[in-house]
Design a protein around this ligand. Structure first.
Ligand SMILES: NC(=O)c1ccc[n+]([C@@H]2O[C@H](COP(=O)([O-])OP(=O)(O)OC[C@H]3O[C@@H](n4cnc5c(N)ncnc54)[C@H](OP(=O)(O)O)[C@@H]3O)[C@@H](O)[C@H]2O)c1
Length: 340
């Protein structure tokens, strides 16, 4: 029997996780929630997803525009084995009380503080430690990207020290009220909160992060300097390790991918998910090794990188796969990731 899943919060992350759930062989999407009608609610309905009303929403508002409602979020929670909360930052913590009342395991997102859940989660990082938990927080897009890179580097060469500058996108493509529109805004929290967040996955990792926000909607870029514990043979060995890992995509020099515009154009050509790039993007040309000092760029598609992680978090909580690689393989096959 398939595990029945609810998605509470149907925005940028929730609508992607809903599609990903619907594609998994062992999961069933029971329904999604909206607090008010909009184009995303219309799309959910067109796809045949059952819509439930969350928060302060009124069924009559949906019925007035012809959107069929199957009940309240409480009625949805009564029909499922697990819920993925994809509501806005801090709202997940409020929703937690509801999930506890229904006694169902819950996956939260990275906009919540770490103590919203029993543990923070990354599939390549700490799947086994998260098995059987009643609540997990999938860490943010930037933290997910860093945790994935850590899994490759720590496992092979160890890390003495890691410094990263995160060049962060100002807004998601659908957001029209955020900025900056013209400017570069440094984050004055030094170091930034991302390093401590990575340590919710790898507690012993020495990592210091700083961040600036730039006027783009197309991905974050991380500028990394890692002092490895043991020197790789050469840069090609590091590239090969990234290529061999799931959830990494390495662009070769001949592909002429100069930056994030071509990465997202490739994603549109490929057509997975919402034309998403769910993998960490590494440029072959953007990686150098000098003894134990590794320098590399990686790009992170903020809207989609956490999507497969949400699926693996469900499997970890409900013990549906023996380990991270097994869950990742099921998830990625269903999503079409890693298939040339
Ligand atoms: N976007 C990213 O780049 C990104 C990346 C990684 C992680 N995250 C995290 O993922 C979470 C969701 O972010 P998002 O970008 O998907 O936000 P979003 O696009 O604003 O979507 C959240 C949706 O939740 C709905 N909502 C509002 N109040 C609700 C409630 N009480 N109960 C249920 N749903 C409610 C809203 O839809 P309606 O009110 O219209 O129904 C809204 O569309 C946050 O924790 C965020 O930090 C975001």
């Amino acid at each position: 029997m398939k595990v029945r899943v609810a998605i509470n919060g149907f925005g940028t992350i929730g609508k992607r996780v809903a599609d990903a759930v619907a594609k998994q062989p062992d999961l069933e999407l029971v329904g999604v929630t909206k607090t008010r009608p909009n184009f995303e609610g219309r799309r959910a309905s067109e796809k045949g997803y059952r819509l439930f009303v969350a928060g302060e929403g009124k069924p009559s508002d949906f019925e007035a525009v012809g959107l069929r409602i199957s009940g309240t979020v409480e009625e949805l929670l009564g029909q499922v084995d697990v819920v993925v909360d994809a509501s806005p930052d801090q709202v997940g913590r409020e929703n937690r009380k509801l999930y506890e009342r229904f006694g169902i395991p819950a996956v939260f997102q990275g906009g919540e503080k770490a103590d919203v859940a029993e543990a923070s989660f990354n599939a390549l990082g700490n799947y086994l430690a998260c098995r059987g938990k009643r609540s997990l927080r999938v860490v943010s897009c930037n933290t997910t990207g860093l945790a994935r890179a850590a899994s490759v580097l720590l496992g092979r060469w160890g890390i003495d020290h890691w410094e990263v500058t995160l060049v962060r996108r100002a807004a998601d493509p659908a957001e029209s009220k955020k900025g900056p529109l013209n400017g570069i805004v440094p984050t004055f929290q030094l170091p930034s909160h991302h390093g401590p967040d990575v340590r919710t996955i790898y507690p012993d990792l020495t990592i210091a992060t700083t961040a600036v926000v730039v006027p783009t909607t197309l991905m974050h870029v991380h500028v990394n300097h890692v002092r490895l514990r043991h020197a790789p043979r050469d840069a090609e060995e590091v590239i090969a390790a990234f290529r061999a890992s799931p959830r990494f995509h390495v662009f070769a020099p001949w592909e002429r991918v100069e930056g994030t515009p071509q990465v997202m154009e490739y994603a549109r050509d490929r057509g997975i998910g919402f034309n998403d790039m769910m993998e960490n993007v590494i440029w072959h040309d953007g990686l150098r090794l000098d003894g134990r000092d590794l320098y590399f760029f990686q790009a992170i598609h903020q809207e989609s990188i956490v999507v497969p992680e949400n699926i693996d978090a469900i499997r970890a909580m409900l013990d549906l796969a023996p380990n991270g690689p097994a869950s990742v393989a099921i998830t990625d096959r269903a999503l079409g990731l890693g298939v040339p």
